[in-house]
Design a protein around this ligand. Structure first.
Ligand code: NDP
Length: 288
């Protein structure tokens, strides 16, 4: 029997409909949720991501503004912009589109964002909060994966989850979030020997390597849940994941497609974190 397809597009639509209601409630109480996006340089992919974020915001009723800087901009200009956004009561979420030009210090820029507006969850304080199980904002991509599992009633507790990849934006927070939910977690990297020995034992396999179709059917345990975070553009212009979807779908229990899997969830969880930030701001005003 073939795997059940986890339809990220459909789940994202459902979550966005719920977020729209939460945004309407906030607007009725006088707070329009607001997101500011900072982009430095003219990386084409970053430009597309930012436009998609702006569009998604307007669809659920979030105000958004984009602050664009040329790649020659000084770090201090961006820090000044973040400072004024930190103080702006109409802005509840701030994100800096990565990557930044090489003369920028990522951590310096990200940690200048007010913790309560860091909707990407990349501020070192928020990373520490995640590590200690006191999450303030879950990083969007792994958060999207968890929501996909939950909405499909896929148990996490007690399962052996194998995460391939240890990036700060996907692999590490993914592993922590699964650990927090009671999974036994193994993290594999490019240095892992005999990768298939780990992948074959995974009840939940999350792949975030950026290596097209590297996970094949022989590497997957029959019935496993396979989550493909990878987005790779092939020479023919088509997109594919890090999992060989065509072979793995015959052996897995659940699988996410690419496109239409984790991708649509990432922006959705950004919207979710922005609404959450606005709800917290509203609660603070009420408690004053
Ligand atoms: P990075 O390049 O930052 O990290 C890749 C990780 O994969 C590294 O830890 C690397 O190990 C590991 N790796 C690479 N090759 C192998 C291998 N052969 N075996 C085992 N591990 C390997 O990538 P990101 O985490 O930023 O992104 C990963 C993928 O997810 C990309 O395709 C990206 O486009 C996609 N992505 C998708 C998103 C979405 O919304 N769906 C959001 C963000 C990313 P090592 O550390 O040892 O080098």
């Amino acid at each position: 029997m073939g795997a059940q397809i986890i339809d990220g597009k459909k789940i994202a639509e459902l979550v966005r409909a719920e977020l729209k209601l939460r945004a309407e409630k906030l607007i009725q109480s006088g707070i329009k949720p607001g997101l500011a996006v900072i982009i430095v340089g003219d990386n084409a992919a970053s430009g597309i991501y930012v436009r998609n974020k702006v569009k998604a915001c307007s669809e659920v009723g979030i105000y958004s503004e984009v602050h664009s800087f040329p790649s020659s901009a000084q770090q201090s200009e961006v820090l000044n912009c973040i400072q004024s956004l930190n103080e702006n009561p109409h802005i509840h979420g701030i994100l800096v589109q990565l990557p930044l030009p090489s003369h920028f210090e990522n951590n310096r820029v990200i940690t200048s964002i007010a913790v309560e507006k860091d909707v990407d969850g990349f501020h070192l304080y928020n990373v520490g909060a995640l590590v200690t199980g006191n999450t303030i904002f879950s990083p969007c991509t792994p958060y999207g994966v968890v929501v996909m599992l939950e909405r499909n009633h896929i148990p996490i507790e007690g399962q052996h989850a194998v995460v391939i990849g240890r990036s700060n934006i996907v692999g590490k927070p993914m592993a922590l979030m699964l650990l927090e939910r009671g999974a036994t977690v193994t993290i594999c990297t490019s240095k892992t020997r005999d990768l298939h020995e780990f992948t074959k034992n995974a009840d939940i396999l999350v792949v975030a390597t950026g290596k097209p179709r590297m996970i094949t059917a022989e590497m997957v345990k029959p019935g496993a849940v396979v989550i493909d975070v990878g987005i790779n553009r092939l020479p023919d212009g088509k997109l594919c994941g890090d999992v060989d979807y065509e072979s793995v779908k015959n052996i897995a229990g659940y699988i996410t497609p690419v496109p239409g899997g984790v991708g649509p969830m990432t922006i959705t969880m950004l919207l979710c974190n922005t609404i959450l930030a606005a709800e917290r701001a509203q609660a603070n005003i009420k408690n004053r």
